[in-house]
Design a protein around this ligand. Structure first.
Ligand SMILES: Nc1nc2c(c(=O)[nH]1)N[C@H]1C(S)=C(S)[C@@H](COP(=O)(O)O)O[C@H]1N2
Ligand SMILES: [Mo]
Length: 526
């Protein structure tokens, strides 16, 4: 009984710590909360292969899994600490302080951490420390006191394993602590949500001006009508999301600024969101791909972006690419949450539609996809080009600086590899014998897709029918009518890009610069 109450006391102290920290984080910033901070520290230390595993197996849920994992561990520790402090009253508070210190360190050492970020964990830890001390005091055996004695001087309650401590006092104190901390937690949540609400309001008031260079009209034949095939334009809600942010940054567009500075920047610039909207905007269809996309995987999507051409802005700042004598070969984009992404200056300025995007599929960027401003560079994987929640552009060199992912075993430069995917039939589908449409997408951004071929059971390659090309920066749908015979069959696809390079069949993992190999699907025809 006493042990169970002690464990409960530990749990309540843990709850107090988290709720108080949530409240304090509302005054500092949501990202400084201990669970978020520790989660961030775990993410920052995760080896590329494990992170890739998490992205693959939990997808966008990987962050929820991490959060729940941290909470479960914390709950276990809290109960153990509660029990331990029965015997040694100092253990509990000491352990709570250690946890507080871990949270505080994790918050401060975030890429954009400040000293104030330690506050949520420190205050939460201190309050929890006091609560645990109080609770474990109620559970200590008390020497008999006059209040416990009957009128005749004998003890009213014999001191047994179930008694002899202040059970009622424990229950009262524990309940009070739980209720008060829950109140603090709810208030903290509310306050954190209201900061987000302001950002959401700033997003709602934005009216994107008409682009001075609209996207060329998508050819009628660019979208095939085959059931099960990914749509040519990926709706925002279905667009994959890959990032390290445990709390999606909610930036207020009204106070947002972008700084452009660094080596060879003759005229450093600071621009506001309004400044950006007053410039000539271009609108382009561009397919974005993640380097963590396995062969056949889902981390690729095509959207219609609106933005400011990056090359023009850099030229205004006096930047010259290396081929014209500029000293900087790397453009480092930095986000409000401290992410750093390095892109070759030469590529950004070679004439392709490298954008500071402000709109996605006709709307301001969704928060998940980088509101208010992100980069999009056709032909490069997202981790070397597509910085979301952008706030700083620094011109430097690859020799001088390694960006976030490069420090974690990914390549410095990473053009998108030519790839193709079978969307239908699905793996292990069982279509009826006869004509079965096989269809999917293929991409080789900034080179373009030249042809797609399909084969069955390792036989002859058959030319698939390609949808009309929208641009060389977008994926292309393809379809092939298969005369399916009953039995188990393997369908396999390969694409060839405009450089004449056909996808290799050599399997390679995603680390360090993107997966290779051919997508295949096994089906059981009826
Ligand atoms: N700030 C920030 N930007 C980021 C990332 C990130 O973790 N943080 N991830 C990059 C990666 S790896 C990819 S593939 C793209 C994904 O963009 P999306 O989530 O809008 O699809 O964003 C890039 N930009
Ligand atoms: Mo990525």
């Amino acid at each position: 009984m006493r042990g169970a109450l002690a464990a409960l006391g530990g749990l309540i102290a843990g709850l107090v710590a988290l709720c108080v920290a949530e409240l304090v984080s509302a005054a500092v910033r949501p990202e400084a909360g201990p669970v978020t901070a520790v989660g961030g520290a775990v993410i920052a230390r995760t080896p590329a292969a494990v992170k890739d595993f998490a992205v693959r197996n939990f997808g966008t849920d990987d962050k929820l899994v991490l959060r729940l994992g941290i909470l479960a561990l914390l709950a276990l520790f809290a109960m153990a600490v509660g029990v331990a402090s029965l015997r040694y009253r100092g253990v509990g508070p000491a352990a709570v302080l250690v946890f507080g210190a871990i949270g505080a360190l994790a918050a401060v050492e975030r890429p954009d951490g400040r000293l104030a970020d330690a506050l949520p964990s420190v205050v939460g830890g201190l309050v929890a420390c006091g609560v645990l001390y109080l609770l474990s005091g109620r559970l200590a055996f008390r020497p008999s006191s006059p209040r416990d004695r009957g009128r005749d001087g004998t003890t009213a309650e014999p001191v047994t394993s179930a008694g002899g401590f202040d059970r009622r006092g424990f229950v009262v104190a524990a309940t009070a602590a739980a209720v008060a901390s829950a109140g603090a937690g709810v208030l903290g949540r509310r306050l954190n949500a209201s900061g987000a609400a302001e950002a959401a309001a700033s997003r709602r008031t934005i009216v994107l001006p008409a682009p001075s260079s609209p996207a060329p009209r998508t050819p009628a034949g660019a979208a095939l009508n085959v059931r099960g095939l990914a749509p040519f334009t990926t709706p925002d809600k279905d667009f994959y999301r890959v990032d390290t942010a445990l709390v999606v940054p909610r930036v207020d567009a009204d106070s947002w600024r972008l700084r452009i500075h660094g080596q060879g920047v003759a005229r450093p610039l600071t621009v506001s969101f309004r400044d950006l909207l007053q410039r000539d905007l271009v609108e382009r269809d561009i397919t974005l791909t993640c380097v963590s996309n396995e062969v056949g995987g889902p981390y690729v999507g095509n959207a219609r972006w609106i933005g400011v051409p990056l090359a023009g802005l850099l030229a205004e700042a006096g930047v010259r690419p290396p081929s014209r004598g500029g000293p900087a070969d790397q453009l480092v984009s930095r986000s409000v949450d401290g992410m750093t992404i390095g892109t070759p200056v030469e590529v950004v300025m070679d004439g392709r539609d490298a954008l500071l995007a402000v709109g996605m599929n006709g709307e301001p960027l969704p928060f998940d996809h980088g509101f208010p401003v992100r980069m999009v560079v056709p032909g490069l994987y997202g981790y070397v080009s597509a910085c979301k929640w952008l706030e700083d552009l620094e011109l430097t060199t690859f020799a001088d600086y390694d960006a976030y992912w490069v420090k974690r075993s990914w390549s410095r430069e990473a053009p998108v590899k030519t790839q193709s995917r079978i969307d239908t039939p699905r793996p292990f589908a069982s279509p009826k014998a006869g004509p079965v449409p096989v269809a999917g997408v293929a991409w080789a951004q900034h080179r373009g897709i030249d042809r797609v071929e399909v084969r069955v059971d390792g036989g002859e390659w058959n030319r698939a029918e390609l949808a009309a090309e929208d641009s060389e920066d977008t994926w292309r749908q393809w379809t092939w009518m298969w005369a399916a015979t009953s039995g188990d069959h393997t369908l396999e696809v390969r694409a060839t890009d405009r450089d004449g390079d056909t996808q290799t069949d050599k399997r390679a993992g995603t680390v360090p610069d993107g997966a290779t190999g051919r997508h295949s699907v096994v089906v059981a025809v009826d």
